[in-house]
Every structure is written in structure tokens, then in C-alpha cells.
Design a protein around this ligand. Structure first.
Ligand code: UDP
Length: 345
């Protein structure tokens, strides 16, 4: 069974790493990885392929930059050509980026079934480009592979009930796989000269936080206030770096570093006093490492992290009482996905 996996952005490399590992163990499956080129810096792309031992992409489409429509359109043209040549049994798309949308549309229009990993998430904020991408991708997918119960309910509300499965979170699979390696291979704590439990970890990259200088300034000021208590380590996404420079927003008082690899990130999460982030992935990883999180947004797709007391929106003062979250599964989400691909739907 030939499978084409389309990836392009950092969180997709991590999700695809878990699925690729499970596909590689299946003798009846052959995976072809296609990299759209959406993220192309070595520290946003290559390092994840190396560290997570993801098979090298068979095709690299080299599409990045431009407006959303231009980028998505160019990706669709390039992905369509690959799919038309390969005729896979499935196209797998991940998450909610322009690469997800482009590949889902290109495949669906060629009548190639689409399997959407991380289906059903909703922020209910249509101003987010990610929300448009995930809603549209879900509506053309044949297999909707949900990480949470809330995702199932979201899809049901939109009338999507066929091909919908709760499989758990492939990012949890990835965390379990990397945790031991991170402990032995990462030297980030020493390199940054911080103490375990003696620093906060932050990431900021969502368009809603970077596009508006006033909003970015608010976030930076909030982080600077926390830095009075303990160092705030902020691995800086290229979009945020450019936005801060453009708007003349100083980042003094924060421990800025370039984006880090996945193993360094796992180590930083493990030793963080708390995590401040607008990243979907980090909100869950904070829980996987049992660290409290503050989400630097006005809503979250990962509602169970808030309900279970591990996460709160920065607009809300208190955490709910803490409990464990069963939704993300037992580290075998990718195995379940492979079984469903084999079964057809
Ligand atoms: N990540 C990383 N290095 C960084 C920042 C993030 O390895 O400097 C990882 C993080 O651990 C998570 C994923 O990238 O697994 C999240 O990606 P991102 O925040 O870009 O996207 P989102 O999750 O918001 O879609």
C-alpha cells in the first residue's frame, strides 16, 4: 500500500516522525514523504529530520513565502503533480498549516483518499489561518484521526461522523520516544547556564500575536514581568524575530535563543518551572512533562488541558483543579493510525 505523507512545517515533522516510525514497521506499507518547503531554515526543518530519524523526503517542493493564497496555490500545483505521478492509496496530512490544506485539496480533487492526523480541533476563531485550514481539510478527508474526545464532538457538530476515530495524540508518541534520548543527548540546560526548575520556557509565533505590533508589545511586556522572578527562555521563531525587529520592540530581560531542536526542547520542557506559549504543541507537551502552562491566546483548541488544570489562558487568573487527561492515549496513536489506513476507513 503506497502512502504519501505531506509535511512542511515544524510541528508536522514531529507528528510525521511518529507515524513514519509505525509505517516503517508495517511490511505492507510504503511511505513517500513530500516536503512542501513551508519551513526551510535548518533549525526549523533539517534538525528534526536528523534528530527524529525521519526518512529523507522523496520530493522537496521548495514552496515558501508569499501570501496565504499564493503559497497554498503553489503548493497545490506541486502536490497535485506528485500525487498524479505516484497514485497513492492514501495521502496523509497533519495539523493545520497551508501545507495541510494544499495537500488535502489536491488529493481530494484527484479522488485520492485523505487521512487527516489531528482532525477535529477547533478554536472557533475564523480569523486564525489555522482554523480555516483545519475546517477545510476535515471536510475533504476520508479518515479523520482525532487526538481528543472534544475533536470528535466538534466534527459531529459539523455533520462529520463517517471515518471519524479517536486515536490519541501522535505528539504524545513522539514525546515518549524522545524523552530518554533527550536526557542523554541534550546539553541545552548546561549551555544556557540555567538550573532545572529555575527558569520559565516561552514560545510565541502565532500570526495573531506577531502581526499587530501592539499585541506583540503586550506579550513581550507580560513575559518581561515574569522575568523578574526567574529567567524566561524564549527560543525565537523567525516570524517573531522579524516582527519584533520591524516594530522596534526590544526583547531586553528575556533569554533569547534561536529555535531549538526537538531533543533540546524536550529537555527545556522537563526542567521548566512553567511554560508560556501560543503554540498548540507546547500546550500539550507542557502536560506530557507535567509542567503548568499559560496559553498566550484568548482561546485554545486543547480545551482538556484547561479543564484538567494544567493550562490556563493568560486572560484567566486561576487553574482548574488538577487531574490526569486520558484523551492523548498510551503512546500508540501512530500504530492505531496505521491499522486504520490498512482497514480502509
Ligand atoms: N519546538 C521545537 N523547538 C522550538 C519550538 C518548538 O522543537 O524552538 C517543537 C515543540 O516542542 C513542538 C512543536 O515544535 O513539538 C510545536 O511547533 P510550533 O509551536 O511551531 O507549532 P504549533 O504546535 O503551534 O502548531
Amino acid at each position: 500500500m503506497k502512502i504519501v505523507s505531506v509535511v512542511g512545517a515544524r510541528p508536522q515533522f514531529i507528528k510525521a516522525a511518529a507515524v513514519s516510525r509505525a509505517l516503517a514497521k508495517a511490511p505492507d506499507m510504503a511511505e513517500i514523504i513530500v516536503h512542501t518547503g513551508q519551513h526551510f531554515d535548518p533549525d526549523m526543518s533539517d534538525i528534526f529530520f536528523e534528530e527524529l530519524a525521519i526518512p529523507a523526503p522523496r520530493r522537496h517542493l521548495g514552496v515558501h513565502g508569499g501570501g496565504h493564497g499564493e503559497m497554498t496555490g503553489r503548493m497545490m500545483i506541486a502536490v497535485e503533480a506528485v500525487l498524479a505521478a505516484e497514485h497513492p492509496a492514501w495521502t496523509i496530512v497533519y495539523g493545520d498549516t497551508n501545507s495541510t490544506l494544499a495537500a488535502a485539496l489536491a488529493a481530494a480533487k484527484l479522488n485520492i483518499p485523505v487521512a487527516h492526523v489531528e482532525a477535529g480541533l477547533r478554536s472557533f476563531n475564523r480569523r486564525m489561518p489555522e482554523e480555516i485550514n483545519r475546517v477545510a481539510a476535515d471536510h475533504v478527508s476520508t479518515l479523520l484521526l482525532c487526538p481528543t474526545q472534544a475533536a470528535l464532538a466538534n466534527l459531529a457538530r459539523e455533520g462529520i461522523v463517517r471515518g471519524v476515530h479517536h486515536v490519541g495524540d501522535v505528539m504524545y508518541d513522539a514525546t515518549l520516544h524522545a524523552r530518554e534520548q533527550a536526557r542523554t543527548r541534550s546539553k541545552i540546560i548546561e549551555r544556557l547556564g540555567v538550573q532545572p526548575n529555575g527558569y520559565y520556557l516561552a514560545t510565541v509565533h502565532r500570526a495573531e500575536n506577531t502581526d499587530e505590533p501592539a499585541q506583540l508589545a503586550r506579550i513581550v511586556a507580560w513575559l518581561q514581568e515574569r522575568a523578574a522572578k526567574a529567567p524566561v527562555i524564549l527560543p525565537l521563531h523567525p516570524r517573531t524575530r522579524e516582527a519584533a525587529a520591524r516594530a522596534g520592540i526590544g526583547l531586553t530581560g528575556l533569554r533569547i535563543c534561536p529555535p531549538v531542536g526537538y531533543l533540546d526542547m524536550a529537555c527545556l520542557l522537563d526542567g521548566a518551572r512553567a511554560v508560556f506559549t501560543d503554540s498548540g504543541g507546547l500546550q500539550k507537551e507542557a502536560y506530557f512533562h507535567r509542567r503548568p502552562c499559560v496559553t498566550l491566546r484568548n482561546e485554545t483548541e486543547w480545551v482538556e488541558t484547561v479543564e484538567a488544570g494544567w493550562n490556563r489562558l493568560w486572560t484567566v487568573a486561576d487553574y482548574a483543579p488538577r487531574r490526569e487527561i486520558p484523551d492523548y492515549g498510551d503512546g500508540e496513536a501512530a500504530e492505531k493510525i496505521v491499522a486504520l489506513l490498512r482497514g480502509g476507513r
